[in-house]
Design a protein around this ligand. Structure first.
Ligand code: DAH
Length: 336
């Protein structure tokens, strides 16, 4: 091959590569020009037959051809893989990106808001840093009550504290609005508890409050909580009330859900009782209405409060409250 012929072949090869329409055409050209038995390696092997004085120029031209062909092939996407005979396998699964999952506490809060939303309740909010009046006094908590003690409450000064319950949002909501009121108030609460499997110094509650100028009764409270139990824990779950005491409700009750696992027959989770304690509730005490400036002769209402962690733990079978705060994706991912 003369130098002129070489230049011709080179131009021809570059045109062919430029025109190659798909991966197999490109691969065929790679084999044809630079493959082990391709035309360029053949020229290199044949160099010994080229007259000595022409060899340097010819050798240079061949190397230049090779470089241009390789560059043109690379530009067309013939990769190093093709060089080794490895082709991209288009049937391989794509790359997976780990998707986050909603935290169990967020799930319970959102689900609760949805359930009560269907009953006409809206979501109210309040600050975690509260004052004595909203957290205790207006809720009819007497000054000597143990919950106010330094060992039970995080105080900043004599008047400012981290709220120990979501009940102060009741006070804020009533002071800012006239009845009828129908709210739930989810949020963080704080107590000086030492942390163990069932206690944490920082936990979450959801408060509920319904106040109206028409008579509201304990039966209304029970029907609403029964609906909530059924929607949150599943078919057949019912509620029962047990008498109790809270300063801000009269009468007061503790609310149990029938055990969703054994359907009330008795199991390890409900400690063989068939019932699981979930909430405190009652009819709003007239003194609370007085504190917020309502006429207690004209309004009545009920209130309730429950722990979000507790609902999450029984609903999802979580044995240790600390799992909810450790941010371990092996745990969190299971509820995705
Ligand atoms: N605030 C109470 C607590 O922290 C829970 C509670 C009980 C809220 C009865 C209420 C209620 O609104 O009526 O344990």
């Amino acid at each position: 091959m003369t130098l002129a012929e070489l230049e011709n072949s080179k131009a021809q090869s570059l045109v062919e590569i430029a025109a190659a329409g798909d991966a197999s055409a490109i691969e065929a050209l790679r084999v044809k020009y630079v493959g082990r038995n391709g035309s360029i390696p053949a020229l290199i092997k044949g160099m010994k037959d080229v007259p000595k004085e022409e060899r340097p120029a010819f050798g240079k031209a061949v190397q230049a051809w090779r470089a241009e062909v390789e560059a043109a092939l690379a530009a067309k996407g013939a990769g190093a893989g093709a060089e080794k005979g490895v082709e991209a396998d288009l049937t391989l699964p794509g790359r997976w990106f780990a998707l986050g999952a909603k935290h169990p506490l967020s799930r319970v809060i959102e689900e609760t808001a949805r359930i009560f939303g269907r009953l006409g309740f809206t979501v109210a909010d309040g600050p975690e840093l509260e004052n004595r009046f909203n957290n205790f006094t207006a809720l009819n908590t007497p000054p000597h009550h143990p919950s106010m003690d330094r060992s039970d409450t995080f105080w900043f000064d004599g008047d400012t504290l981290l709220r120990t319950q979501t009940s102060p949002v009741q006070i804020r909501t009533m002071m800012a609005n006239k009845p009828p009121i129908r709210v739930i108030c989810p949020g963080r609460t704080y107590r000086r508890d030492t942390t163990d499997a069932t206690h944490s110094a920082n936990f979450h509650q959801i408060e509920g409050l319904y106040v109206d100028t028409k008579p509201v009764s304990l039966a209304d409270l029970k029907s609403v909580l029964a609906y909530f139990a059924h929607e949150m824990m599943g078919d057949g779950v019912t509620v029962r009330f047990r008498p109790h005491f809270f300063p801000f409700t009269e009468p007061s009750v503790e609310v149990d859900f029938s055990c969703h696992l054994c359907k009330g027959k008795g199991c390890r989770v409900c400690k063989d009782s068939g019932w699981i304690e979930v909430a405190g509730a009652g009819m709003v005490d007239p003194r609370v209405f007085k504190h917020v400036g309502y006429d207690h002769e004209k309004v009545s209402g009920y209130a309730f409060g429950f722990g979000v962690e507790r609902i999450a733990m029984i609903k999802y079978g979580i044995p240790d409250i600390r799992w909810l705060y450790e941010n371990d994706v092996r745990f969190l991912g299971q509820l995705a």
